[in-house]
Design a protein around this ligand. Sequence first.
Ligand code: GRF
Length: 210
Amino acid sequence: MSCRVVVLLSGRGSNFQAIVEAALPIEIVAVISNRPQAAGLAFAREHGLKTVALDHTVHTEREAFDAQLADEIERHQPDLVVLAGYMRILSPAFIKRFEGRLLNIHPSLLPMFPGLKTHERALAEGVKIHGCTVHFVTAQLDHGPIVIQAAVPVRADDTTITLATRVLAQEHQIYPQAIRWFAEGKLVNNGGCVNLKGDLTSQSVLSTGA
Ligand code: GRF
């Protein structure tokens, strides 16, 4: 039986697109967005996938919106929920409902630079290596058991755009990989450290960067 996946997104959906194009052993059973106009939803529709738009602006309370969102997700009986550029903080009650089957991608080498504007902050700090992380979501923002990370070099002439582009190319590699591992049942959580069954090296990707 293939792994049933619900995708949540808010915007352009390039990670979601990479996941679709990777032809993974999964069934994307729904794509849900808090923004009805998200480009990612249009891509999903073009690919014949079930889409749901739940406009968060009609709810004043985060908890009420998240409860509705969680009910919608559960209707699709997912084995895995994938946050692919879902730009809203999730309430603790939501996270608890899906803990252990909720993945996120973040554009930094966590635990460095949680939150927003990661590329700007990396450049401002003068770090020489930057990257991206796929992790299980826990109640602490952008913190949770790490599945895979990709590192890229930071060039002296980088702008936030060139750096973001280099990181994004790696995001498109590691997110499908992480989902494949989950679907194949290869991820083992050893007290907060996620390891890959029988594989000691594949969870770190060192890119030479373009
Ligand atoms: C990505 O940079 C991802 O790491 C972050 O949000 C962005 C989403 O981009 N969580 P896209 O919508 O997948 O193109």
